[in-house]
Design a binder for this molecule. Sequence first.
Ligand SMILES: [Fe+2]
Ligand SMILES: [Fe+2]
Length: 357
Amino acid sequence: MSKSINRREFLKRGSALLAAGSLPLSLVEVAFGQNSPENFTFAYVSDSHITHVKGKDFVRNWDRGLIHAIAETNLLDPRPDFVFYGGDIAQLGKREEIDHGLEILSGLRGDVHYVMGEHDYYLDLGDYWRKQLGPDHYSFDNKGVHFVVLNSVLTYDDWVNRWGGPMERMLQMARLDNPQGSPFMVGEAQREWLRKDLDKVDKKTPVVVLSHSPLQKIYKCWNFWTDDAEQVQALLKPFDKVSVLYGHVHQIQYNQIGNISFNSAMATAWPWPYPSSYKQAASYLPKLTVEMNRADPFFERDATGWQFINVHTGNVDAHYLLPDNQNRVVAYDRKAGHPVDTKFQPAENRIPPQTHY
Ligand SMILES: [Fe+2]
Ligand SMILES: [Fe+2]
């Protein structure tokens, strides 16, 4: 963030921009204290699910979500330092879908850093994506913050090799509620890479980790889950300030585990509803310490918005702006010791998920 624009003005500008058009993206602010020249922002766009129909035809609604996000990102003032794309460019990992998605994304001004999604991966195990975009895990530094990107959508070899062919495997992994599915993981090799990467980083340096699946265990039935989440969290534990940002879930989620704040990005394609209860499944683990809510599960553009995150304090303070719906603020509550949804968190304001249709 530039020195001349404070946070309040920035939010006001965001609101003005929202009035001009909806904002299907996330904008993340990394702040090191007021008036610091090191403050900066980055945008975060995710889950476009570009879907090939035949020939040159693609599902237009998903194209439009991404096109809209890019148009709004290019209008941001102040300019974000870079953009993260959070994964699931494609619906079924087809070259046509990745090519078409990247053609649309080429309209973005500035650098884009990409995260691998399972819809990009399971047709050819990420070959074409990596050919176009480079390694699927990497790190870099920006103005005093260490950024790490992981491919968190790997799974067990026996599952990968079980299917009749690449498309069958892709279709199996593309299902939300597939009892034949397999949990995601970062995997041993990448965890070792991460350990070595973090070895070089001062423990006081804020660390921001980008993954596609949540690096926490939320709901196994829908693969809102990373099987080796605890091992990854253990590698992040020595750091003062850690934030994990993820896509995949197509809904607002937030959590706090120890020193790690978790925030999801919304999709440009569609929202997933919340499961009727995160607690009903045997696989539920009480890691998700905070009851959550969403505004309108049946309004497709409800899954789009933007957010701020302040890494300076080590706590997440996210402002989600929802087109044609009430904005949301998920802010860290020091007293409670975890993020709270400032509108919906109090029990009396809470709408039980999926009971109002
Ligand atoms: Fe997705
Ligand atoms: Fe995904």
